[in-house]
Design a protein around this ligand. Structure first.
Ligand code: 5GP
Ligand code: MN
Length: 361
């Protein structure tokens, strides 16, 4: 498929909300499961708070409704990042290698494209039915049933609605999962998509007895000393290109496997790194390259408002949202940086939007 066709998909998807027919089909997929039907929940590779929280929150809801057998998993190394190791519902998790080979129903969470399913992609074909719950405008609607709401601040917004329609009780454990998901994707209720409806959902979740200060400290504000030192090294090599992106500015850095090794840190430690780079006042666009293997990088991109970084990410094989997107890149650091600069030069900047110094998040 050409980049143009992909971008057309993004535009089409952005306009569409789930229809009542889609909601009804999703409800039926759960309520009409055969007796002892096996349900497999999958979230994206390198899961973040929204991926894990949406999946485990929904899994706990299904469990409360009596759905068994039930598994949750994600592709790649079966390692839950340290901040999430107290999340309720972790007992549902199995390594991808142990996931039902032919589930009756597979449900995908926060997954915009099949590439984010890794080795688990075969479960889609082998499953009796497939349901996709997501909020990425770039979602390719790869399920047989798709509940994709590009206006939802997090996948957990879609999850809460489906649990409600299923009549699942919102207890404190489910609420904690959905709250972590919502707080993650709204940048702790700071980003523009933090609407009144988002705060209303947060209020429903907090009313179950959650302690937001304790959750935030655990999930967002705790990292090992080695990670603090690692950030120092990686941030010291940050490059600012004030004239790039039509003069709106570009800022970036990279972290290697050797950096992780030197400080004894796991790769997930680098997930919040982009937040320490994107705050640069002189740049609208920021990105971080996180080395995955010899010539392989996970790229995180952000914009403050003037640039559609999901266009860049989709063109380079990934996806995401207008102001937060990512992809996997291959080659050396200069190769990858050149590829991003070239893509940014192909009309990702929206002249109608304000630049970095006029915008907040
Ligand atoms: P992050 O930079 O936080 O990893 O991701 C930002 C956004 O881009 C998220 O919505 C995430 O789902 C999406 N994203 C990140 N990496 C990839 C990728 O490799 N492929 C796709 N399709 N989306 C990605
Ligand atoms: Mn999400």
């Amino acid at each position: 498929m050409t980049g143009g066709a992909l971008l057309a998909d993004v535009a089409t998807a952005a306009a569409a909300q789930p229809t009542e027919t889609e909601w009804a089909a999703a409800l039926a997929a759960v309520t009409e499961l055969p007796t002892d039907g096996r349900v497999l929940l999958i979230c994206h590779v390198n899961p973040d708070g929204d991926a894990l929280g949406s999946m485990l929150g929904f899994g706990l809801g299904l469990r409360r409704l009596g759905v068994r057998p039930l598994q949750a998993t994600f592709p790649g190394r079966p390692e839950v990042p340290e901040p999430f190791r107290t999340m309720p519902g972790l007992d549902l998790l199995v390594p991808a290698s142990e996931a039902y080979p032919d589930p009756d129903l597979v449900i995908c969470f926060d997954i915009a494209a099949v590439s984010r399913l890794g080795d688990l992609v075969d479960r889609l074909d082998r499953a009796g039915a497939s349901l996709v719950l997501d909020h990425h405008a770039s979602n390719t609607r790869f399920g047989r049933i798709n509940l994709v709401d590009p206006d939802a601040a997090a996948t957990s917004v879609v999850v809460e609605q489906l649990l409600d329609r299923l009549g699942a009780p919102l207890d404190r454990e489910i609420a904690e999962c959905l709250y972590i998901a919502l707080a993650t994707d709204t940048g702790s209720f700071r980003f523009d998509m933090t609407t009144p409806a988002v705060h209303e959902m947060a209020a429903r979740l907090l009313a179950t007895g959650l302690r937001p200060g304790e959750i935030s400290r655990r999930i967002f504000d705790t990292r090992p000393y080695g990670a603090v030192r690692l950030y120092g090294d990686v941030l010291a090599r940050t490059q600012l290109e004030p004239l790039a992106v039509d003069g709106l500015g570009l800022v970036w850095t990279y972290a290697t496997l050797e950096d992780l090794d030197r400080h004894g840190q796991r790769p997930y430690t680098l997930e919040p790194l982009i937040d320490s780079v994107r705050c640069t006042a002189e740049a609208d666009v920021s990105f971080v390259l996180k080395q995955v293997a010899e010539a392989e990088w996970a790229v995180s991109m952000r914009s403050k408002g003037a640039t559609d970084v999901s266009r860049v990410a989709v063109a380079l094989g990934g996806g995401g949202h207008r102001l937060a997107a990512g992809f996997t890149a291959y080659g050396s650091v200069p190769d990858v940086v050149d590829a991003i600069r070239a893509e940014l030069g192909r009309g990702a900047v929206d002249p109608g939007q304000t630049g970095p110094n006029l915008q907040d998040q």
